[in-house]
Design a protein around this ligand. Structure first.
Ligand SMILES: Nc1ncnc2c1ncn2[C@@H]1O[C@H](COP(=O)(O)OP(=O)(O)OP(=O)(O)O)[C@@H](O)[C@H]1O
Ligand SMILES: [Mg+2]
Length: 259
């Protein structure tokens, strides 16, 4: 009874094409970060879509915290259960300040004009704490549009943290970041899971980033053609012949391949 996410036989098709094929995946409650890798088109994003109600699976079962059946619930209800998802492209409001973005994401849209006066001090403390955690406190009054790409990604992660996720789904959070920004993001992921009970499931192609996180003892799941191809520690997954084959078959050896 200690399962955070139980996925059994999940299948999703688009016009007859099976993007997920009877996929099975289990996240234990004590697990803090799960890395999800796999060649382009493996079904990684589709899995997130299915978990968050954005696509309707043909078959399968998804249980959250042992008792919440996520399939069939609306996106909004799934988010209320604590399954929060970040898309690849940052979607912050560029003309608002970092602080205003945080207030907006905390659901206080109507109070924006007088937000400083109206946001309760507890909320302000929470916003400041999360901004400090993602390294943006000193930029609180900068317009979000002036931030670097990496800072925008961190701002969006901060906005999601305000919703106090139980399971945070991040789709390629370091795509387009500089190496220095990626390094900071490794530390940020660790700080998120250390300071809260949140578990992170993270899709990423950048194998240096994946190795840095997995090297701290987090498990890796490799998807291929809609199913789990390999799973375990990075040292187990990386030399797996089937994994190497899957990446070679797609012609994506380069920096992405886990070999
Ligand atoms: N809305 C859709 N309509 C039709 N086909 C789709 C749709 N969404 C995904 N697919 C197909 O499903 C397969 C899996 O796509 P998905 O986006 O989940 O892959 P991915 O593993 O996230 O790939 P990438 O690493 O390139 O982001 C692909 O062949 C894709 O073309
Ligand atoms: Mg994807």
């Amino acid at each position: 009874m200690d399962t955070l996410l139980y996925v059994e036989g999940l299948s999703v098709s688009f016009d007859g094409f099976l993007a997920l094929r009877t996929l099975n995946l289990i996240l234990e409650r004590q697990e803090r970060i799960r890395l999800l890798i796999g060649p382009n088109g493996a079904g990684k994003t589709t899995l997130f879509d299915a978990l968050t109600g954005q696509v309707k699976p043909d078959h399968g079962r998804v249980l959250f915290k042992d008792h919440v059946d996520l399939l069939g619930l609306s996106e909004h209800v799934i988010a209320n259960h604590g399954v929060i998802r970040k898309f690849q492209t940052p979607s912050v409001f560029p003309d608002h300040t970092v602080f205003e973005n945080m207030v907006l994401s905390s659901g206080r849209k109507r109070f924006l004009a007088t937000l400083a006066a109206r946001a309760a001090s507890r909320e302000l403390d929470g916003i400041a704490r999360v901004l400090e955690q993602v390294g943006l406190l000193q930029h609180a009054h900068a317009r979000a549009g002036t931030l670097s790409h990496g800072q925008k990604q961190w701002l969006e992660i901060a906005m999601l943290l305000l919703q106090e996720p139980t399971l945070l789904l991040l789709d390629e959070p370091v795509a387009g970041m500089t190496r220095a920004e990626k390094e900071k993001t490794v530390a940020l992921m660790e700080s998120i899971v250390q300071r809260s009970t949140c578990t992170i499931m993270l899709i990423e192609h950048d194998m240096q980033f994946v190795r840095q996180i997995a090297g701290r003892g987090h498990r890796v799941t490799v998807l291929h053609e809609g199913s789990v191809l390999s799973e375990g520690s990075i040292d187990r997954v990386q030399p797996d012949e089937r994994v190497i084959e899957a990446y070679l078959g797609r012609g994506t050896v380069s920096a992405e391949a886990p070999c």
